[in-house]
Ligand binder design. Structure first.
Ligand code: IMP
Length: 422
């Protein structure tokens, strides 16, 4: 199989970083197709913990080409810092290419994100404040700056021009102080030297790689339920985490995609505001947060925790055409005697299985649970399917039957080796 996509099936944080790292070892190119430094990937390999914001973890390996493709938004300060840090630690071993079409996130976008969130008050989305929404808004308003613009002589002029335009918004709409366009440029200018040599035509590179029979891995960020169109709008991110985003964001076509691995935790988490039908606000939710270290990689915020929601998982599977599932963090449930799984909702007196993601509707849905028997056994050291407790296997089978997909990978711990391939 030449092209595989790894797609988040929930509200992000499903463990895509670990999976992409494992699958990446058998691929030549690793592509990010959407999102920006709102994503945080933690990879634990060889006893070392690596935290990535923008660069795929393939950068740790010689001979791997890592691409930030057309659909990504690149925070110039964050990326320059990430590259410099990796180089200083001798971890910048692969290659990195930034699409000339990728839009840039400047400090101005981060400020706008904060002002916007503060102005919304109680209705705030709970963004990561990394300027993602404002950068995509500028892209679609056709006033954004792209990585390719860094190669042009007038880049400094255009950054200052953008600062002047944002000032109208900052002072007039948000009642904030003006920024000094020269100061903004002074922040951005040093990044050009680091980033500009890495900018190129990523679509051409991707098409050539396909023609040469090289293997490509598309690494999603966030998850299906945060998709701008298919998620719980407006409590979503501003890009397309679904597999369609991997096509729009890279220059691949649907003909090229062979395998789509949907990634889901064995339970559910969400950061930020928005509906979450299976959220457990009691002791068990708290237990999942502590056992699963459910605190945001980017912002450190505690994640909201709850039970696996199968109608939403099936919805995600259908939207992205998952060919299989990877189930992560199953070990977090190791202690539980009973495990709840949502199989339907009660909505307006009816039992439904097709979710309506309109927040006003979804938050009024009451989950219908099946109570499954827990395995109450420590599983993190298990590496063979045959050694898994039978209640654990029943849990997997229950999910497979509902979603009508095989669970091909089970992650029983944070380390790359704590993985069972079936
Ligand atoms: P934004 O992407 O920063 O605009 O945030 C929009 C929503 O997506 C907020 O609810 C964030 O908490 C959520 N979000 C963005 N990136 C991630 C992620 O990588 N993991 C989990 N949630 C995320």
């Amino acid at each position: 199989m030449s092209v595989t996509a790894v797609v988040g099936a929930q509200w992000g944080d499903e463990g895509k970083g670990k999976l992409a790292h494992i699958l990446g070892s058998s691929h030549d190119l690793i592509l990010r197709y959407q999102g920006g430094s709102n994503a945080g990937h933690t990879v634990i390999a060889d006893g070392t913990t690596y935290k990535f914001k923008l660069i795929p973890s393939g950068i740790l390996h010689e001979g791997k080409l890592n691409l930030l493709c057309d659909g990504v938004v690149v925070n110039v300060l964050t990326l320059a810092e990430e590259i410099t840090g990796l180089r200083e630690r001798n971890q910048f071993r692969g290659e990195l290419l930034i699409s000339r079409h990728a839009h840039l996130v400047l400090p101005l976008h981060c400020m706008q994100d904060v002002y916007f969130e503060e102005a919304k008050g109680k209705r705030a989305i709970g963004t990561t404040r990394r300027g993602i929404g404002p950068a995509y808004a500028d892209k679609y308003f056709r006033v954004g700056l792209r990585a390719g613009d860094m190669l042009k002589d007038n880049f400094g002029h255009r950054v200052r021009e953008m600062a002047r335009r944002k000032n109208v918004l900052f002072t007039g709409y948000y009642g904030q102080a003006e920024v000094d366009p020269d100061q903004v440029w002074a922040q951005v200018e040093p990044t050009v030297e680091i980033l500009a040599p890495l900018v190129g035509d990523s679509t051409k590179v991707v098409r050539q790689a396909l023609a040469d029979g090289r293997k490509i891995l598309c690494e999603g960020a966030q998850g299906t339920l945060l998709d701008i169109d298919y998620g719980t709008y407006p409590y979503v991110t501003s890009s397309h985490p679904v597999s369609g985003g991997a096509l729009l964001g890279t220059g691949l076509s649907w003909r090229d995609l062979d395998r789509v691995v949907g990634i889901s935790k064995a339970y559910t988490t969400r950061v930020g505001a928005g509906p979450f039908p299976t959220e457990d606000l009691g002791e068990e939710g708290e237990r999942m947060r502590e056992a699963g270290a459910e605190y945001g990689t980017v912002t450190g915020r505690p994640r909201r925790c709850g039970w696996l929601d199968l109608p939403l998982l099936k919805y995600a599977s259908q939207l992205s055409g998952f060919t299989e599932l990877a189930l992560t963090k199953t070990d977090v449930l190791d202690d539980l005697a009973k495990i709840k799984v949502c199989v339907a909702y009660q909505s307006n007196g009816e039992t439904i299985t097709w979710p309506d993601l309109d927040p006003d509707v979804l938050e009024k849905c009451t989950p219908v649970y099946e109570n499954l028997t827990g395995w109450e056994t420590a599983t993190t050291a298990i590496r063979q399917e045959a050694d898994l407790p039978s209640a654990f296997k029943d849990y997997i089978r229950f999910i497979e039957d509902y979603v009508e997909l095989p669970v091909s990978i089970i992650s029983v711990g944070a380390d790359a080796t704590a993985t069972i391939f079936r």
